[in-house]
Ligand binder design. Sequence first.
Ligand code: GRF
Length: 212
Amino acid sequence: MVKILVKMYKIAVFVSGRGSNLKAILDRLSQFESTAEVVCVISDKIECSAFKIVESKNIPTYTVSQNDEKGFISYAKILLLLEDLDIDLIVLAGYLKKIPNILIEKFEKKIINIHPALLPAFGGKGMYGLNVHKAVFDKSVQVSGATIHFVDKVYDNGKIIAQKSIDISDVDSPEQIAERVLEIEHQLLPEVVLKFSENKVVEKNNRIYLLN
Ligand code: GRF
């Protein structure tokens, strides 16, 4: 009998909140005959709600902090773990803390983030969650959307991988923008993760292209 060994594409997902983007990734990977898998979920919060999503899936969860405080694992140890697991891609799916440089240096061009606005506008320190949508609302911006970008040492600064926009000209509140943008996030993030796993994200002309 000939056994064909397929190398799995291994993903680590970092979360801080409810984890709807994590769920969107997991759902998409399970629908699709993919060789990609989420092998661990990491949060900065003990009992993070997103952990519940993987409870029944046998995917280990870890809680990280700067140091080895009680109940937390330091970033230095998480780095060793990610190297041990042979992680191909780190996805920040609503992770609110800044990723330390030790991780960024080891996983250069292998860490991506989803931002709930069209970067380079409405990004940077303090621009997360509803803050982003409030700023977009107050500026009377008519189109918003989601951006997937590489993570470098500066907040929301890495090269843009994919963006999708949505008309928000008729919204009454920042919450309504958040709702519309989230729907887009749930489409865009799994799509991009799949492209990475298929080796279809390339850099050319100093730009990023997604191949068909
Ligand atoms: C998303 O809007 C994401 O873009 C932002 O935080 C939110 C996380 O949502 N950075 P969830 O935890 O994936 O539901």
